[in-house]
Design a protein around this ligand. Structure first.
Ligand code: NAI
Ligand code: MG
Length: 337
């Protein structure tokens, strides 16, 4: 794999947290080179296009991108750039780790859950959504395929093996959504037999919500369809202290895009107080993906150490008095050995 990655700084707080993140990556001495490309409002202003072809070409060329949040303009019929990127590169796996960090407002201390969400089908297909001419009947058709279900379940099991995880919970609603959720569950059961070393568990989505809030420690890896995964992964982010610590990895066969789960935060953009950790944690996942697992782990540990021992440097969303820069600098000084 090439050592050049495409970098999309993005909108709002994007450029601030991206600059901070790249500074930490440089301190980590990963040997990565960056090719900067535009998307979002910046690209619309500069090139008249939210997602220029040159940006798509560079992501295709380097196969790996680190992406800041993008603002989707409301009105004007613009499609979300994030959705377009997922479709264009068939980024079928949305992997969202939720891990407890010290010094957050979370009620729990020992959470370490990875949600693996199917990212391309289910209830989120635009083709499946119709409104009758008189505006009285809205339909939304969920479509899951054997191929789509197989590849996401297999991805989850392979990830569990690679990361030494013990248990996979397939989350579904097959008791009511007998066909779409039923197909997914059947495929999950079949594939689970190929991985006897991983404990397989299945759980209905509403019960899963309650269990996540009551006893989140029981979960290890969750695999589920698009809509349930969207909701459950935000729930998991909430369990560990919110969006400032939530990375999101979008993985396909031919490309992968790593980003923070949060948006461009226009309310705090330009103030220098955005928490860079979600993007930093996405960068750590990117290092894992690029076979630099030791460096990814070192980065996560440096974030953890900073949050434990250097409370003055952390950003206000985590109860500190620091800035994006002070937080990133404190992390950067800890990744150097
Ligand atoms: P948001 O995630 O940008 O902000 C929600 C709240 O969380 C705000 O109060 C914000 O200040 C805070 N926040 C978010 N990230 C933070 C950080 N790193 N440090 C400290 N506080 C942080 O969500 P919102 O306001 O709904 O969306 C704003 C824009 O972002 C919209 O245009 C939306 O379309 C876009 N968006 C883009 C995403 C992406 O590119 N992946 C994901 C979500 C939203
Ligand atoms: Mg979501």
């Amino acid at each position: 794999m090439s050592n050049t990655i495409a970098v999309i700084p993005g909108d709002g707080i994007g450029p601030e947290i991206m600059t901070a993140t790249l500074r930490v990556l440089d301190a980590l001495d990963c040997g990565l080179k960056y090719e900067f490309v535009d998307a979002g409002m910046v690209a619309l202003d500069k090139h008249g296009d939210l997602l220029p072809k040159a940006t798509l070409d560079k992501i295709a060329e380097h196969k790996v991108a680190l992406k800041g949040p993008l603002t989707t303009p409301i009105g004007g019929g613009f499609t979300s750039v994030n959705v377009t990127l997922r479709r264009h590169f068939d980024l079928y796996a949305n992997v969202r780790p939720a891990v407890s960090f010290p010094g957050t407002k979370s009620r729990y201390e020992n959470i370490d859950i990875i949600t693996v969400r199917e990212n391309t089908e289910g209830a989120y297909r635009s083709e499946g959504q119709t409104l009758s001419e008189d505006g009285e009947i809205a339909e939304s058709v969920a479509r899951n395929t054997r191929k789509g279900s197989s590849r996401i379940v297999r991805y989850a099991f392979e990830l569990a093996v690679k990361k030494g995880r013990k248990k996979i919970t397939a989350v579904h609603k097959a008791n009511i959504l007998k066909t779409s959720s039923g197909l997914f569950l059947n495929v999950a059961r079949e594939i689970a037999k190929e991985y006897p070393q991983i404990e397989f568990n299945e759980m209905i989505v509403d019960n899963t919500c309650m269990q996540l809030v009551m006893r989140p420690e029981q979960f290890d890896v969750i695999v589920t369809t698009n809509l349930f995964g969207d909701i459950l992964s935000d729930l998991c982010a909430g369990l560990v202290g919110g969006l400032g610590l939530a990375p999101g990895d979008n993985i396909g066969e031919h490309a992968a895009i790593f980003e923070a789960v949060h948006g461009s935060a226009p309310d705090i953009a330009g103030k220098g107080i955005a928490n860079p950790c979600a993007l930093l944690l996405a960068a750590a996942d990117m290092l894992d993906y690029l076979d630099m697992v030791a460096k990814g782990d070192r980065l996560r540990q440096a974030i953890r150490d900073t949050m434990t021992n250097d409370r003055d440097s952390v950003t206000p969303d985590l109860g500190g008095k620091g800035s994006t820069d002070s937080f990133a600098d404190a992390i950067a000084s800890r990744v150097k050995i």
